[in-house]
Design a protein around this ligand. Structure first.
Ligand code: FES
Length: 125
C-alpha cells in the first residue's frame, strides 16, 4: 500500500530538454514551489525558497544556475548553492541548505518520495 498513490513530478525526458522545472506543491500543508533539474545527469529537487530572504531562486530571472552552470544561484541577491546538496556557498548564509525533496525514478519518470508533500491536484487534507 506504500506506493498506492505515487506523486509524479515529471519525466526524465522533460528535464533533458530544459534547464529546470518548477512545480506547485504543498509541503507540510503549505503551498510552495519545487524546482527540479538534472545536474550531471542526476535529478535533484528542492523547495524553491532562498533562505536569505525567502525569495524564489528564479524571482528576478528565468534561471536558477549561474553562468558557469556549476552552481545554483538565487536571482535576488546572487547567493550560490551547491546543486548536489543545496548548501549555500555565500558568506551570509554559508552552510545553510535549501530544503531537499527526495525523488525516485521509475522507468524514466520521477516521483516525489516525500511523506509531507502533496500535489495540488490531491488537495483533500
Ligand atoms: S533572497 Fe536569495 S540571495 Fe537574497
Amino acid at each position: 500500500m506504500a506506493n498506492e498513490k505515487l506523486k509524479k513530478a515529471c519525466t526524465r525526458q522533460e528535464l533533458e530538454n530544459i534547464s529546470y522545472l518548477t512545480i506547485a506543491i504543498r509541503y507540510k500543508k503549505q503551498p510552495v514551489s519545487a524546482i527540479i533539474f538534472l545536474f550531471e545527469n542526476i535529478a535533484y529537487a528542492y523547495i524553491n525558497v532562498c533562505m536569505h530572504m525567502q525569495r524564489l531562486l528564479n524571482c528576478e530571472r528565468d534561471a536558477i544556475f549561474d553562468e558557469t552552470g556549476k552552481y545554483l544561484r538565487c536571482s535576488m541577491h546572487g547567493f550560490v548553492f551547491d546543486p548536489k546538496t543545496g548548501e549555500c556557498q555565500s558568506p551570509v548564509c554559508f552552510g545553510q541548505r535549501l530544503q531537499t525533496l527526495r525523488l525516485q525514478e521509475l522507468e524514466g519518470v520521477f516521483y516525489f518520495a516525500e511523506k509531507h508533500l502533496t500535489l495540488n491536484e490531491d488537495d483533500h487534507d
